[in-house]
Design a protein around this ligand. Structure first.
Ligand code: ATP
Ligand code: MG
Ligand code: FE
Length: 346
C-alpha cells in the first residue's frame, strides 16, 4: 500500500509517500519560517494561502523522487487537527479533492499522533507499551501509549509548552524568530551554573509542568545584567543565560520523564516534537535510569522532530496496518483546530 501523507497544521507544508512494504519513499517540506519572520510569529491567513500554493508542487516532487504516479497512491492521510483552522482546511480540502479524483480512501489524522509515532518510522526496535514525551511548540505532555490510537494522558504543562518557552525566551534575548533552535546553539557556548533559574513544579508530586515563569526569571536576569554592563548584554552573559534556561527545562523534563516511567512501570521512553531535537535534552533523556534499571530512549532523527509529511504518511500506514479502515473521501469534511489526543480510539 502506498500512502500519501499531507501535513499543513501550522507553518510547514509537508508531503510524503510511505509504502507499507518498502518504507519511506520520498518526503518534501516547505517551511514558511522566513515569510512569518518579519511579523515575529505565524500569521494564520498568510499560512493558509501559502499552503495552497505549495501542496500540488510538493506532491509532484515527491512522486517524481519516488518514481511513482498519482495513480499508484492507495490512500491519502492528512492532518485533521489540531492546528490553525485555515491551514488545516487547505490540507484537508486538497486531500479530499485528490482522493475523490483518484477514487481512493482518506485517513483524517491527529497531528500529535504523527509526532508520537515518528520515532517508530526510523527505529524498528520500539515496542508498545511505552511512555511518550511530546515536546513541541504547542504541547508538552506525557502519554502512556499502549498501541496505535491507545493514548492515556499522564500529565502536561499547565501553561506554556516547552517549545513556546524556548521561542519566547529567545525573543526577549533579542534572537531572530523563531529563536528556539538558535537559543539552544548559544546555550552550548554558555558556562554551566553561571546562572540558575527555578525548576517550576519539580516537586508537584504529579506529572504536570509549568514553563511560563521561566521567561520572567530570564527577563529579571537580563535586566540586571544590562544594568551592570551599561545597558548592553555581553555575548558571554547572554550565552550563560541561554545555558541556565536550557538546563532548567532539561532538568524538569528529565525528572518528570523518570517519574512517568516509575509511575507506569514502563522502561521505554519515546520522545517526539520539535524540542526533541535539542541536543542537551537528548543526552539527559538517554542517560535516564530507574534505580538500577536501564531505560530505552528513542527519538526521531532531528529533521523529523519538527512538522513534516513523513510522520503523517507513516501514522496513516500504521493505522491501516492495525486494521483501521480508510473512508471514502467526503464532499463535506471538518477540521479540528482543538482536539485532545487522548480522545482518539485504537
Ligand atoms: P505542535 O506540534 O504542538 O502543534 P509545532 O508543530 O509548532 O507544535 P514542532 O514543529 O513540533 O511544534 O516544533 C517546533 C518547536 O520546536 C519550536 O517551538 C522550536 O523552538 C522548537 N525547537 C526546534 N529545535 C529546537 C532545539 N534544538 N531546541 C529547543 N527547541 C527547539
Ligand atoms: Mg513549525
Ligand atoms: Fe507539530
Amino acid at each position: 500500500m502506498l500512502v500519501l501523507g499531507i501535513e499543513s497544521s501550522c507553518d510547514e507544508t509537508g508531503i510524503a509517500l510511505y509504502c507499507t512494504r518498502r518504507g519511506l519513499l520520498a518526503h518534501a517540506l516547505h517551511t514558511q519560517m522566513a515569510m512569518h519572520a518579519e511579523y515575529g510569529g505565524v500569521v494564520p491567513e498568510l499560512a493558509s494561502r501559502d499552503h495552497i500554493r505549495r501542496l500540488v508542487p510538493l506532491t509532484q516532487s515527491c512522486l517524481k523522487d519516488a518514481g511513482a504516479d498519482f495513480a499508484d497512491i492507495d490512500a491519502v492521510a492528512y492532518t485533521q487537527g489540531p492546528g490553525l483552522g485555515g491551514a488545516l482546511l487547505a490540507g484537508a480540502s486538497y486531500a479530499n479533492a485528490l482522493a475523490f479524483a483518484l477514487d481512493k480512501p482518506v485517513l483524517p489524522l491527529h497531528h500529535l499522533e504523527g509526532h508520537l509515532l515518528s520515532p517508530l518510522l526510523t527505529d524498528e526496535g520500539v515496542d508498545f507499551p511505552f511512555v511518550a514525551l511530546l515536546v513541541s511548540g504547542g504541547h508538552t505532555q506525557f502519554m502512556a501509549v499502549h498501541g496505535v490510537g491507545d493514548y492515556v494522558l499522564l500529565g502536561e504543562t499547565v501553561d506554556d509548552a516547552a517549545g513556546e518557552a524556548f521561542d519566547k525566551t529567545a525573543k526577549l534575548l533579542g534572537l531572530p524568530y523563531p529563536g528556539g533552535a538558535k537559543l539552544s546553539e548559544l546555550a552550548e557556548l554558555g558556562t554551566p551554573d553561571a546562572y540558575r533559574f527555578p525548576r517550576p513544579m519539580l516537586h508537584s508530586g504529579d506529572l504536570n509542568m509549568s514553563f511560563s515563569g521561566l521567561k520572567t526569571a530570564v527577563l529579571t536576569a537580563v535586566e540586571k545584567a544590562r544594568a551592570e554592563h551599561g545597558g548592553s548584554l555581553p555575548e558571554s552573559v547572554r550565552n550563560d543565560i541561554c545555558r541556565a534556561f536550557q538546563d532548567a527545562v532539561a532538568d524538569v523534563l528529565a525528572a518528570k520523564a523518570a517519574a512517568a516511567l516509575r509511575q507506569t512501570g514502563l522502561r521505554t521512553l519515546v520522545v517526539a516534537g520539535g524540542v526533541g531535537a535539542n541536543r542537551q535534552l537528548r543526552q539527559r533523556l538517554c542517560a535516564l535510569t530507574i534505580g538500577k534499571e536501564a531505560v530505552q530512549t528513542f527519538f526521531p532523527p532531528p529533521a523529523l522532530c519538527t512538522d513534516n509529511g513523513a510522520m503523517m504518511a507513516f501514522a496513516g500506514a500504521m493505522r491501516l496496518r492495525h486494521g483501521v479502515q480508510a473512508a471514502a473521501p467526503a464532499g463535506a469534511f471538518t477540521v479540528r483546530p482543538r482536539w485532545p489526543l487522548a480522545q482518539l480510539s485504537p
